[in-house]
Design a protein around this ligand. Structure first.
Ligand code: NAD
Length: 495
């Protein structure tokens, strides 16, 4: 079985570490082995990135932008190939995989405007004959640690903008589906990137710790589950690094009875089951306000019509869960929900897909009468499982959502502009959809999760990421000039 190489200084190199099997989630066929890089290998990757930084930081900004233009072009030409690789590794449907690659390419497109994004500010004559201006400079070696659910898009959220800003980067992809990041490196080299600009080390917790403890890593971007994000944030900060850590979620949809019923239900079901519920912006809790509770039978019918299947089945709405362990965890959550007294209207446990007896399938699952104290409400299930609660008013819905510790995404479905406006002002969640179920902003904004869904100050992509990957230096300058000015002693008399 092939062991996946690391990517160091522009070459794929075999790791000396032992490998762990990576399996096809629909069949359990072993796809490759992923090595857990040794400490020396992680250090080599960081040292190579550090050495490259010394030359890369001198490359003019427009030339760095040109690399982004070239990379965008190469990625577009390989979009279908990347999508097919994602299908194999993650079990995603082809449509979903294409969408993932496209959302990553959009970040590269945005990175093409790095020159304007890195402009500093100037105030001329802050005192007589003195000007102050700011320079925006790269921070050095940055590291990125990414989750299994978007093995192409989330790395692309990070390193393109980081390198466009003049940094170098070490990526540690998820060990659960690690092959596509290697392919992204081949394409970056094809676009013309110098060796050592982005390095890839594979592994898990130990390799992450090695990066967090490495004195030459200056900034850490992390995306993953909440407990790991919290601990990565704390360790990186304790080691004096800047850090942005994106975490888990419990995203609500609030449905008012004046909403367009068909639109609301179709959006709800798609946002719950799409990508097997393995999206950090998936809807996993529905709050039915007033008479909207009467729509539960229609929600059940719509969810029951959705079925999972292998990626090349055009009729499959979503694929398998990433691993057996993920599947077992979700099935455990469903059992606990029943024991805690929630009403399981649709049970996706034991779901079988003909021809794929070994797939990690979970069918669409719907709970009603869910109370905030139940574990299916408090925990991120990360599967095609929807919990629903009923409340009497919009006020109660806002209170319920605001009491939840997570704050990644939320959505309201209504035909009332007034209700929507109040919701957008009062809701304590960082990404709000109005009649849009998954409000992920495009890269000229930033991905702005709040509360326990994000630890740090500056968010990924957009202007905030440029601030994250750069330092601002202010220069105050005086040049001596003997030419007389009109009235050197003129002052303003302030009242
Ligand atoms: P995970 O936390 O298990 O793993 C994420 C990364 O951290 C992986 O690279 C993994 O190797 C590493 N890791 C795992 N355990 C570690 C530890 N103890 N110490 C240091 N590193 C460790 O997450 P996952 O299961 O791969 O991804 C799914 C999670 O990611 C979900 O919770 C989802 O909500 C979240 N996610 C959030 C966003 C967001 O934008 N907020 C986006 C995508 C995914």
């Amino acid at each position: 079985m092939d062991k996946l190489p690391l990517f160091i200084d522009g070459e794929f190199v075999a790791s000396r570490a032992a490998g762990v099997e990576v399996t096809d989630p629909a069949t359990q066929e072993v796809l490759c082995e992923v090595p857990f890089a040794t400490g020396d290998e992680v250090d080599r990757a960081v040292q190579g990135a550090k050495a490259t930084f010394e030359t890369w930081r001198e490359v003019p900004t427009p030339e760095r932008a040109r690399l982004m233009f070239a990379y965008q072009d190469v990625l577009k030409k390989n979009q279908e190939d990347l999508a097919l690789r994602l299908c194999r590794d993650t079990g995603k449907t082809l449509e979903d995989a294409r969408g993932e690659v496209w959302r990553g390419i959009e970040v590269v497109e945005h990175a093409c405007s790095v020159a304007s994004l890195m402009m500093g500010e100037t105030v001329e004559n802050v005192a007589r004959g003195i000007d102050t201006y700011s320079l925006v400079q790269p921070v050095g070696v940055c590291a990125g640690i990414t989750p299994f659910n978007f093995p192409a898009m989330v790395p692309l959220w990070m390193y393109p903008l980081a390198i466009a800003c003049g940094n170098t980067f070490v990526l540690k992809p998820s060990e659960q589906d690690p092959t596509v990041p290697n392919r992204l490196m081949e394409l970056l080299a094809e676009a013309g990137a110098p060796d050592g600009l982005v390095q890839v080390v594979h592994g898990g917790r130990e390799q992450v710790d090695a990066l967090l403890e490495h004195p030459d890593v200056r900034a850490v971007s992390f995306v993953g589950s909440a407990p790991v994000a919290k601990s990565v944030y704390a360790k990186a900060a304790a080691n004096g690094k800047r850090v942005q850590a994106l975490a888990g979620a419990k995203n609500h949809i609030v449905i008012l009875p004046d909403a367009d019923k068909d639109q609301a239900i179709a959006s709800l079901v798609g946002a719950t089951c799409g990508a097997a519920g393995q999206r950090c912006m998936a809807i996993s809790a529905a709050v039915l306000v007033g008479a909207a509770v009467d729509w539960l039978p229609d929600i059940k019918t719509a969810m029951a019509a959705v079925r999972p299947g292998p990626w090349d089945d055009d009729d499959a709405a979503y694929g398998p869960q990433i691993t057996r362990a993920a599947q077992s965890r979700i099935l455990g959550c469903i059992e606990r929900g029943k024991v805690e007294g929630a009403d399981c209207l649709l049970d996706g446990s034991g779901y079988a897909v003909p021809g794929y007896p070994d797939g990690n399938w979970v069918g669409p699952t719907l709970f009603a009468g869910v109370e905030p104290g139940m574990s299916i409400y408090t925990e991120e299930i990360f599967g095609p499982v929807l919990v629903t609660s009923n409340v009497a008013s919009l006020n109660e819905a806002i209170e319920l959502v605001n009491a939840n510790p997570y704050g990644n995404g939320v959505s309201i479905f209504t035909s009332s502009g007034g209700a929507a406006r109040r919701f957008q002002r009062e809701i304590e969640v960082g990404q709000v959809g109005i009649n849009i179920p998954i409000p992920v902003p495009l890269p000229f904004f930033s991905f702005t999760g709040w509360k326990d869904s994000f630890f740090g100050d500056q968010h990924v992509y957009g202007k905030q990421a440029v601030r994250f990957y750069t330092e601002t230096k202010t220069v105050t300058a005086r040049w001596f000039d003997d030419t007389p000015v009109a009235d050197p002693n003129m002052t303003i008399k302030l009242r």
